[in-house]
Design a binder for this molecule. Structure first.
Ligand SMILES: [Cu+2]
Length: 203
């Protein structure tokens, strides 16, 4: 793996990785195996479901009519496919997997203010999209050098529409003014729509 979300990372060797909506990963495949066909599998991590997408990586010279024999990775207690976290207290919500978890707090207060043991502060991964496990949390560091109101939202559209989103205000006093004529244009548009609604349908 060499990059994520358009930013280089310290190269890592991996045979599988977790990706969610909007994330991007760049990787280099070292094709140094015996000539064969290999499955590339994408498998959802849903509970009680097993949705799989498959592609075939074919080495030049291999028989195109032979199915690959490579086997999928199986998740076990020792080889977990998901990184979970249980540090969030939903304060009276239903169970964490089904709660909106508004007004959440850390169940372990010693983790507050970024005091998380082992956190990488010198060379953290730079990303614009992050997986937040159900009931989990993410610590980010933002360089606040672009004043505006930024939309932090889930990239699953249904979730965003449900309200899984927030505004991050980076310095109201330094917001740019709206373009010249911006409000006038809205008034004209509103009047125009109103005008359309007033027209008889059979005109
Ligand atoms: Cu979501």
């Amino acid at each position: 793996m060499i990059a994520t979300d358009g930013f280089d990372i310290e190269p890592q060797i991996a045979d599988a990785f977790i990706i969610n909506a909007r994330e991007r990963y760049d990787f280099v495949i070292t094709a140094n195996r015996t000539v064969d066909n290999f499955y590339i599998r994408a498998k959802t991590l849903e509970i009680n479901r097993n949705t799989t997408a498959e592609a075939i990586l074919q080495y030049h010279g291999d028989d195109q009519n032979v199915q690959p024999t490579s086997v999928p990775r199986h998740c076990t207690a020792d080889d977990r496919c998901v990184v979970g976290t249980s540090n969030i207290d939903c304060r009276g919500g239903t169970d964490r997997a089904n709660s909106w978890c508004n007004n959440a707090t850390l169940s372990n207060p010693t983790l507050a203010n970024g005091n998380v043991p082992g956190m990488e502060l010198l060379k953290p991964v730079r990303k614009d999209t992050i997986i937040v496990p159900s009931g989990g949390y993410v610590i980010t560091r933002i360089k606040a050098d672009n004043p505006g109101v930024w939309f932090l939202h889930c990239h699953i559209e249904l979730h965003a529409n449900d309200g899984m989103a927030m505004l991050f205000n980076e310095s109201f006093p330094h917001h740019l003014s709206p373009p010249t004529g911006f409000l006038i244009a809205i008034v004209i548009l509103t009047t125009y729509h109103h005008h359309l609604k007033q027209q008889p349908l059979h005109q």
